[in-house]
Design a protein around this ligand. Structure first.
Ligand SMILES: O=C(N[C@@H](O)C(=O)O)c1ccccc1
Length: 328
């Protein structure tokens, strides 16, 4: 990992991608087992004010599934497309996570489902959790589930559920319900409930799962074994909304996050690099020239690159700490 000296600063790589990726609303990013970037996007579908009715039922089923390839495997160095899949399967893609066998775990907020999909280009659905197009809040229904985290040690999966629920559920690798915490569970510890648990990340060294509790503008971390609360990171600099988080073991453990626009506080849309242990913000970054519109997911590679997927500008930004201007 890179040396984290005090002038650690992420700058946008302007020449990335080298050619346009023709993306729709970018909802999710992940890194696969070959360290390629995987982009989950909505093609010609949009999540707008009229996409759902007041019972959280998707209103555009008649459009059919997205025809474009919604899952793009992209070379992190140049940005060229290596593989494209995920056609005719999804309605409103949201989160994507990749497990040790290189399977894709995705959520679709219109389907209200979590799907485990093969990455061999045949798009085989290996597991489906939730009932298609049927919102609910029991252990076999989600309501606009947002993301998945995979515990690489046990293979257990965590689901952040969701826009119209406020909980995290835990399942075995083959989809057996194990437990849940947050609203709807027998959670006796009276804590402020989640408000759109929007993004999850697993911390391997610590056996913790952290959630971007979006509308509470905070990050909370829990013991994967018990769901026990460990810590909260809430910063004025976030401006009230945290849309996505990811983790890198570099520098003793770093949390990367992106914030979101809030109605009453005009804060700049930025990425943040936070020291997990001290909760100190080490860097704040954003693309010059082209602003973030709705930064929606973030991943960090082992070589120190950071990618941000933006659902508003339908693009992916790459950042590195290479001192492009530094004289050798
Ligand atoms: O947050 C929203 N969308 C993004 O997170 C997303 O596109 O995933 C949203 C909420 C209500 C209506 C319309 C959009």
């Amino acid at each position: 990992g890179q040396v984290l000296d005090q002038d650690f600063h992420l700058e946008r790589v302007l020449a990335w991608p080298q050619s346009s990726l023709q993306l729709g609303q970018v909802s999710g990013l992940a890194l696969d087992t070959n360290s390629n970037l995987v982009i989950f996007h909505r093609g010609d579908h949009h999540w707008g004010e009229d996409s759902f009715n007041s019972q959280a039922r998707y209103q555009q089923r008649s459009l059919g599934p997205i025809q474009q390839s919604t899952i793009l495997v992209v070379d992190p160095a140049k940005g060229n497309i290596l593989k494209a899949s995920g056609r005719n399967m999804f309605y409103l893609p949201h989160g994507i996570t990749i497990d040790k066998e290189n399977n894709y775990w995705v959520t679709d907020v219109a389907l209200h489902q979590v799907l485990k999909v093969s990455s061999d280009g045949r798009d085989r659905t290996l597991l489906a959790l939730g009932e298609a197009f049927t919102p609910g809040s029991d252990i076999t229904h989600f309501c606009q589930p947002t993301d998945v985290a995979v515990d690489t040690g046990t293979g257990n999966i965590f689901v952040s559920d969701g826009y119209c629920n406020a909980r995290i559920l835990k399942f075995s690798p083959d989809g057996k319900y194990l437990s849940q915490w947050g609203a709807g569970s027998s959670d006796r510890r009276r804590r402020i409930p989640f408000q759109i648990p929007h993004s999850l990340v697993f911390l391997p060294e610590r056996q913790e799962v952290c959630v971007a509790d979006r509308e509470n503008g905070r990050i909370q971390c829990f013991i994967t074994e018990t769901g026990e609360f460990v810590k909260e990171i809430k910063k004025e600099e976030f401006g009230g909304k945290v849309f996505a988080i990811t983790f890198s073991p570099a520098g003793g453990g770093l949390i990367f996050a992106v914030n979101g626009a809030s109605a009453y506080r005009s804060v700049p849309l930025s990425g943040f690099v936070i020291n997990y242990s001290t909760k100190e913000i080490l860097d704040t970054f954003s693309p010059e020239k082209k602003e973030f519109k709705m930064p929606h997911d973030i991943v960090a590679t082992r070589d120190g690159s950071v990618f941000v997927g933006d659902a508003g500008s339908k693009s992916v930004f790459k950042f590195t700490t290479e001192k492009s201007h530094r004289s050798v």
